[in-house]
Design a binder for this molecule. Structure first.
Ligand SMILES: NC(=O)c1ccc[n+]([C@@H]2O[C@H](COP(=O)([O-])OP(=O)(O)OC[C@H]3O[C@@H](n4cnc5c(N)ncnc54)[C@H](O)[C@@H]3O)[C@@H](O)[C@H]2O)c1
Length: 322
């Protein structure tokens, strides 16, 4: 059985569905601090924190449902909040992850898949971004992810715990069957925000910076469909089950879209006009972040299927309809 932490959240819940479709037995551990109980599709749900040693001991000691691997999605994920509350972010994302990894070590569980982020790269000079692009997170959220990456390397060396670190670019889209959605509160991701405007629940979209060195002056990002991320996680489990070495993989579509291009696509898909307000640049926003995912494609055999921007927006829009 695979334990999915954060399986009540956006990406974790989609991955649980994909795992179950592939025939895996799945348990979810989530404290529902940011997730939704109704997004947990497996009957094996533990409500609690990844730092709760006695709960972890109970989960890992079960003889009927032996956990073979952990997929670790749980974290707090707001960059701005992490700048204001670094203590809480390091506690939740680093200290609690260390407790989880220590419990895994104590119970001999040796396969770990980690949701990291392109935010570990920081101020990038060269595009596309490969796994060898210099590291340099710009905020406590990015630091917390990088710290866990370093812990994982040490746990591999000392305890033989093998990992796949997945550095996601911008996760987007939703379950094409309409069962799951992206439901962050507050929402900070561009596509759901634009679609909230299209649906009338938000008045406008702010564009932060229109004078970047990009063709239309707005920032360019790489959007990857959440189901393609799920596929990569399943390939990651198969990779570790085959006894392969720990590795780091970028997960992106390798195509960049500007803020204005995303808004235009949302208008096209929804048939609604989306009012925008141009605002000043935000500190720390890089002009362009686009992945090179060659390693995931060649080593894991990963292929994106739903990550064209129109499909991403269409599935996100369909998931928002009542
Ligand atoms: N959404 C993106 O574009 C993106 C990009 C890069 C990386 N990531 C990473 O992917 C992962 C999932 O992101 P998401 O967008 O699905 O976030 P999310 O907030 O929707 O899901 C995170 C889940 O973790 C749970 N959680 C948080 N702290 C916990 C704890 N201490 N114990 C138990 N449960 C806890 C929350 O309740 C929530 O259900 C995160 O680790 C995030 O950093 C996301």
């Amino acid at each position: 059985m695979i334990l999915v932490t954060g399986g009540a959240g956006y990406i974790g819940s989609h991955c649980v569905k994909s795992l179950m479709k592939k025939g895996y037995e799945v348990a979810v551990l989530d404290n529902l601090s940011r997730g939704h109980r109704d997004a947990v599709l497996t009957p094996h749900f533990f409500e609690g924190s990844i730092g709760d040693a006695s709960l972890l001991s109970k989960i890992f000691s079960s003889s009927s449902k032996k956990i073979s691997a952990v997929m670790h999605f749980s974290a707090w994920t707001y960059v701005g909040e992490s700048v204001e509350k670094p203590a809480e972010y390091y506690q939740n994302n680093v200290a609690q992850t260390l407790a989880l990894l220590t419990a895994m070590r104590d119970h001999g569980i040796k396969q770990f898949i980690f949701s990291s982020t392109c935010a570990t790269y920081g101020d990038v000079q060269k595009i596309p971004i490969t796994e060898d692009t210099p590291i340099g997170p710009l905020n406590p959220y990015g630091h917390s992810k990088r710290m866990v990456e370093l812990i994982l390397a040490d746990f591999d060396r000392a305890y033989g715990m093998k990992h796949c670190i997945f550095r996601y670019f911008n996760a987007a889209g939703a379950d094409p069957e309409g069962q799951l959605a992206e439901r962050h509160d507050p929402e900070t991701h561009l596509i759901p925000i634009v679609l909230q405007v299209a649906s009338g629940t938000r008045s406008h979209v702010s564009i932060f910076g229109t004078d970047y060195p990009t063709p239309d002056g707005t920032c360019i990002r790489d959007y990857i469909h959440v189901n393609d991320l799920s596929d990569a996680h399943i390939l990651g489990i198969e990779y570790l089950e085959a006894g392969k070495p720990s590795n780091i993989f970028n997960l992106g579509s390798e195509t960049g879209f500007s803020v204005r291009e995303v808004i235009k696509m949302c208008e096209q898909v929804t048939g609604k006009k989306v009012p925008v307000k141009e605002a000043a640049r935000r500190a720390g926003d890089a002009p362009r972040l686009v992945a090179d995912s060659t390693r995931a494609k060649t080593v894991l055999g990963w292929k994106t299927k739903l990550s064209d921007i129109q499909t991403i927006v269409k599935t996100a829009w369909a998931s928002m309809k009542p």
